[in-house]
Design a protein around this ligand. Sequence first.
Ligand code: CA
Length: 223
Amino acid sequence: MKRLLIVEDEERIRETLADFFATQEFLVSTAASLAAARAVLARGDVAAIVLDLLLPDGDGTELVRELRGRGDATPILIASARGEERQRILGLRLGADDYLVKPFSLQELLARIEAVLRRTTTPAARLVIGDVIVDFEAFELRRGSTRTPLVAKEAELLRYLVQHPGRAFRREELLDAIWGRDAAPTTRTIDTHVFQLRQKLETDPAHPRHLRTVHGVGYRFDP
Ligand code: CA
């Protein structure tokens, strides 16, 4: 059974959703705040999240940003009373998979959760890094209205680093992971790709904030 995390501060709604999904072959965890949601997510077994936006300790979009920023593709369905188009677009742009405006029917929420789970068995299609959205399906990077293409190996390298935030990799490790052990490219290939990625991703490529050089080792991604 898949674990569903329901993040909702209104007790009545939270309990209604929890009771309903428990009858639909889900394991249910609930959280009444962002802090409580983070604690549940730290267990690592959440398959999908139903996320309210207005929470006592912040806005639900912060959680979307955090998860996508570290390459976590756990499906997120925002369920909010805030139905303005601007708000819905923001939620989806940040990487939420769907958006449902309260009040909604339980059956519709269930259908959408099931659809999101069907669609998202693949790794995150999009990541938010700083002010940039990386779209791995379109192989491009977007900053505001500016679109920059990514070549396939740049995208793979970026995804790999992002999936291991804060960990320093040797160039050889990255070559093995992205090009395969028998690949002809040399470690210089990694430097070239990191250089290109920095030009595209970093606000100031000469002083990278995300793709960091670790002297004597290699490279590290900082969210
Ligand atoms: Ca709320």
